[in-house]
Design a protein around this ligand. Structure first.
Ligand code: PMT
Length: 405
């Protein structure tokens, strides 16, 4: 992912109840054009999941000091050098004490020792702990070393007590760290209503069996999250998937292609952009059984009938939204995708090669070849959240061009 032109903020999250506010904090920082890399302490994961923070930051969250995979990519020293600023929020009494004593017993404290970047601390703890002489002394040590203190605020606390120790609100922290009236990005997707499909569909054979496919939903969910981060109002129509709903996205569940078709058609009139990332079954069993099929016969013939093509139906609407399809191809990827773009009357299509050793269905990484009338761009193999961010930028550019032309 390119960080060009962004303030690179390394957000260190420690284990306090205020950690639940950190997805919101990441969003507020990203709104101010920051690139955010989250590093969590082990205790922080009890209050907020790495997956949520990955979804909003668009980057895998780092937790372990000695993780061979992560160290091969960006080791802890490179991470310390990458940051323009280190923000510790929430900073618990324990984290503040460890920093004051120069401990380096996990990734976050090691990074703080290894960096030359300015460090800001947003404390969050019980008011008695904040006022304890030990904490006060530790905070003074950090302040003398040049750490900037953001808060804490005074007020009612999660523990029921009242006093100083509340973490500042995410918007206040973001504004203090990245001030400036023009900080809000001018996103072409700001407040734009987007409808996106993701995941597989299941076509019932009988009450317990179905015809399905290998889609996990990872690509479509990552794209829904990236579109939301870009300011769009996103509704995700999802086939069966175990993934959590991305932050700031409204999810509608659908089981079969017919369910998904109905869910999309019910909502499409309110949308300016439609993205079809779901792997929708092209066919369904003609006569699903009302009771479980018995295995009496030696062979079984299943008659399948065509499902509605949701993408084609949307693109054929008289007042169609800006319509983005996907194409999953095993061969002749560009030619097949270009044919789909033209045949279905789409504004854009994102083609991926499936069935190979890397990328496509179920994988964490993917590559896309994005085509539109008169243009193309190849987005190389990378984690799906980063790829989704790149595709979102492209959608924003083409959508803005279509709206102005
Ligand atoms: O979910 P993951 O495991 O992360 O995998 C991601 C993915 C490979 C599923 C995703 O990147 C992808 O390619 N999604 C589209 C899969 C697909 O159905 O491709 P297709 O070439 O068969 O269909 C073309 C387009 O028509 C797609 O936008 C599809 O959503 C749409 N379609 C297809 C059939 C149908 N009945 N209705 C549709 O809307």
């Amino acid at each position: 992912m390119s960080d060009e032109g962004s303030q690179k903020i390394l957000l260190g999250v420690s284990g306090g109840i205020a950690a639940y506010k950190t997805p919101e904090l990441v969003r507020r920082l990203v709104e101010r054009c920051a690139a955010v890399q989250v590093v969590m302490t082990a205790a922080a994961a009890s209050f907020v999941t790495p997956l949520s923070l990955q979804a909003v930051s668009g980057r895998p969250v780092r937790t372990a000091l000695l993780a061979p995979e992560a160290e091969a990519g960006m080791d802890h020293i490179a991470l310390a050098r990458w940051a323009d600023h280190i923000l510790l929020a929430p900073a618990t009494a324990h984290l503040i004490a460890r920093l004051a004593h120069g401990l380096a017993d996990d990734l976050l404290t090691t990074l703080v020792l290894a960096t030359t970047a300015p460090v800001s601390i947003a404390p969050a703890m019980n008011q008695q702990m904040w006022q304890h002489p030990a904490t006060a002394a530790n905070v003074q040590v950090l302040a003398r070393r040049g750490c900037r203190l953001l808060g804490p605020a005074d007020g009612e606390q999660a523990c029921g007590e009242t006093g100083p120790g509340r973490m500042l609100e995410p918007a206040e922290i973001a504004a203090a760290l990245l001030p400036g009236p023009s900080a809000q990005p001018k996103s072409a997707l700001a407040n734009v209503p987007v409808l996106i499909t993701a995941g597989p569909t299941r076509e019932a054979i009988d009450p317990v069996r179905y015809v399905g496919n290998r889609s996990s939903g990872k690509m479509g969910y990552a794209l829904a999250a990236a579109l939301a981060r870009a300011g769009a109002r996103v509704t995700l129509v999802s086939g069966p998937s175990a993934l959590p709903c991305p932050v700031s996205v409204t999810r509608v569940r659908a089981e079969s292609a017919a369910d998904m078709h109905a869910a999309v058609m019910d909502r499409i009139a309110d949308c300016a952009i439609f993205v079809a990332a779901a792997a929708v079954a092209d066919y369904r069993p003609a006569d699903p059984m009302p009771t479980k099929l018995k295995k009496d016969a030696d062979s079984l013939t299943l008659k399948l009938v065509r499902n509605p093509d949701i993408l084609t139906a949307v693109a054929a609407l008289p007042d169609k939204p800006f319509t983005v399809g996907f194409a999953a191809e095993t061969d002749a990827v560009e030619a097949m995708a270009r044919a789909k773009l033209e045949r279905k009357g789409l504004d854009m299509i994102a083609a991926n090669e499936v069935g190979g050793a890397v990328g496509g269905f179920e994988a964490d990484d993917n590559a896309l070849l994005v085509l539109w009338p008169g243009g193309r761009r190849a987005l190389p193999l990378q984690p799906k959240p980063a790829l989704a961010t790149a595709l979102t930028q492209l959608i924003a550019e083409r959508y803005a061009a279509s709206a102005s032309g």
